[in-house]
Ligand binder design. Structure first.
Ligand code: FES
Length: 140
């Protein structure tokens, strides 16, 4: 049912934890399944994501997508990170079962929420970035 990559990222999650005094932090939940994801970003003066960590209270696919999403945005600029979609995360994991697609959306939205927080704190605008959703359930 799950690809080897999903199992690997679930069993050995990358970048799990938190960052003290993050440049941006975003928390998004899905009221339907009750899962919650939080992303911490450490962004340098050139708007490059120096470090990223996550905490996920959720299913195995949510843990695996958080882990992969953090890997995909690490070292990227904030503009590049904004383009990391849930589809890109799923592809990098060699796919997810249809009932688990929403878990990858949680990863995309929590990265956007953390970028939003960073932009708000620094009074900057990131083109194409929309205000974060607290709950992604309505979109499904
Ligand atoms: Fe809800 Fe996976 S079941 S995030």
């Amino acid at each position: 049912m799950y690809s080897e990559k999903v199992m690997d990222h679930f069993q050995h999650p990358r970048n799990m934890g938190e960052i003290e005094n993050p440049s941006g932090v975003g928390t998004v939940g899905n009221a339907k399944c009750g899962d919650i994801m939080r992303i911490y970003l450490d962004i340098d003066e050139n708007q490059i994501i120096r470090d990223v960590k996550f905490k996920t209270f959720g299913c195995g696919a949510a843990v695996a997508t958080s882990s992969m999403a953090t890997e995909l945005v690490k070292g990227k600029s904030v503009n590049e990170a904004l383009k990391v979609t849930n589809k890109a995360v799923m592809e990098a994991l060699d796919g997810l079962p249809p009932v688990k697609v929403h878990c990858s959306l949680l990863a995309e939205e929590s990265i956007h929420a953390a970028l939003w927080d960073y932009a708000q704190k620094n009074g900057i605008q990131i083109e194409g970035l929309k205000p974060p959703k607290k709950d992604i359930h309505e979109d499904e």
